[in-house]
Design a protein around this ligand. Sequence first.
Ligand code: GLP
Length: 241
Amino acid sequence: MRVVRSRTTTEFARDAADVIAGRLHDAPASVLALPTGSTPVGLYAELVARSRRGAYPLAQARVFNLDEFCGVSPDDPSSYAAFLRRHLIDPLALAASQVRLLKGDAADFDQECLDYERAIAAAGGIDLCVLGLGANGHIAFNEPGSSWRERTHVAELAHSTRSRLEAQPSGPRPVPTHGITLGIQNVLEAREALLLVAGSDKQQAMAAVLRGVEDEAWPVTCLLRHRNLTVIELCDPAPPL
Ligand code: GLP
């Protein structure tokens, strides 16, 4: 595991963008799995700015998302699909053929999980899986106690995750009880994983990673099994003297 500690939000966005742009530079047809949330917003702005300068190749990249709310249509502004389109896909002008996002309004979620797995396999598997971190240690919607053998599946959201959503004015209403998500098995199969950690509420979960002990109560610790993991952590600014 490689741990990078960024001192400012600008540095954090740049450090993360370096990993993604670097991967696309080395392998332009890379398959990316990308997160939503407040953590990657600066990263996406940085990627958009760099693409305007033609700093890295995009024409062959393919993008999947990590998770979505069950019962929320991709056209709903509070969906994760809409978030990713707003912050990254539209500004980068990615073609529809380059993007496959989970359908939160699927009529049959079991079928959608199967279709998503097939789409990932047809793309050749995930090259780089970028992850945010939940305060309770979740990655995507793999909540504490979930099986590490699962692939794309429907997951029940933890109480703490739903409370956090309730506190977000732009979050989906009613707050969904379930999400559709890549499973931990998908994350572990990705050729490279990048975990982004920002926010003081993530300290306990990050401490679980740094303890170095796999623990199903902290899903993020599954990444200790990953052979090509980078963690980029935004450190709190030093307290004034
Ligand atoms: C949600 C998402 C996760 C995301 C996490 C962190 O629960 N399902 O994929 O990583 O929130 O969000 P934030 O970056 O806003 O802290």
